[in-house]
Design a protein around this ligand. Sequence first.
Ligand code: TRP
Length: 444
Amino acid sequence: MTRESWGTRVGFILAAVGSAVGLGNLWRFPWMTAENGGSAFLVVYLGVVLLVGVPGLVAEFVIGRRSERNPAGALYRLSSGSKSWGAVGLFGVVTAIAMLSFYSVVGGWILRYFFASFTGSYFGSAGAYFDAIGFGLPAAGFHVAFLGVTALVVLGGVRDGIERATTLMMPAIVVLLVALAGWAVTRSGAGPGLSFYLDFDAAYLRANFLDVLGAAAGQALFTLSLGVGTMITYASYLGEDHDLAFDGSVIAVLNTAIGVLAGLVVFPLLFATVGGVSGAAAEGGPGALFVGLAGAFSELPLGRVLAVAFFGVVALAALSSAISILEIPVAYLVDEHGIERRTATGALAGLVLVTGSANALSPGLFTVVSGPLVDLMLTAGLVGFLLFVGWVLGSDALAEYSTGAGRYVRSVGPAWLWSVRTILPLFLLATLVANLLALAGVTF
Ligand code: TRP
């Protein structure tokens, strides 16, 4: 049986952007920007995306395209059969299952809000509504529904499932977001929202530079879907020789633009309706989206229409990311164990049905898995991939990087390989240690 592949280059790019654009852009990025110095944070963030994110993305692409395998099979084969490197790849497969177990619960909330927006059920009692539906059996039910849709797309395969779905979803997301942002920034009262979001706070940046850097690094990894092997898996379906660094840059730019755009919807809306960011909305995370924004929609004349559009965008973004997470273990079972895609998808959906339901029933478990656990696993995973590319593949990695690359991209190849070997793993290890110490309650 020949291995599956993407139909077109645009299809691959849109699938990768679909993976990258998700909850990270729509609920994490705007709040992180606003809280960490506005456009001053953006400058730092862009630097991190350029110097850490894109090189990391390209490193995963190199592994994927060279091996044409899932992460576990890729590291095993490219190291000529090292069980330890295979285990590093397998760690990514396990991380993917852990991630989907919480991501799908959030996806379920979004699905529920999308439907509830038609009738406005949560209008008028946004806080109480979220408290009531966040955890418990109904939450598990919506998680299963979201997981079911995700599995249906993955079941369709690379070209007819993932590529087709994401090439439809991504343009829809952009059109809806641009329309929402255009509408939001022209509201009266939007001005203070924009300045809350984007005012350049240099003093804050100077006083908290290391914290800001750490926050930007964590966000860059999460939002670019790095450290799990999604980008290895997606690049493993590349038939032709694309310019990996160029495609990676396009993906990073589109991903950042969509995050910025999300902030242009969120903050003008909050300031124009409920007068600013306070209470649940100020804390970021679930409260910001499901309580803060949901409450804002109820203040608007066309609130239901806007809420349907907004939660529609969030649902599509979450779905295209969830697909990319599920595809990792599916590719693993198909490649390494010769299991049919159908069976593999069904078995994994069954597993995540259980692990996700555990998260939906237990807020304590959800909090640990969605926060520190996944953060640590992503960082550790990416360090493993980088060390592999830098020290095991070495000059082969450079050859793979250069295949299909233009002259300029080729000329920065050696600098890329050097940073993948040294600076990037060190930088990530430093953030890993800082995070662990913070978890243990040590403050600096
Ligand atoms: N990037 C997605 C987001 O911003 C989440 C995501 C999808 C992801 N696939 C991933 C994160 C793989 C890490 C690894 O919501």
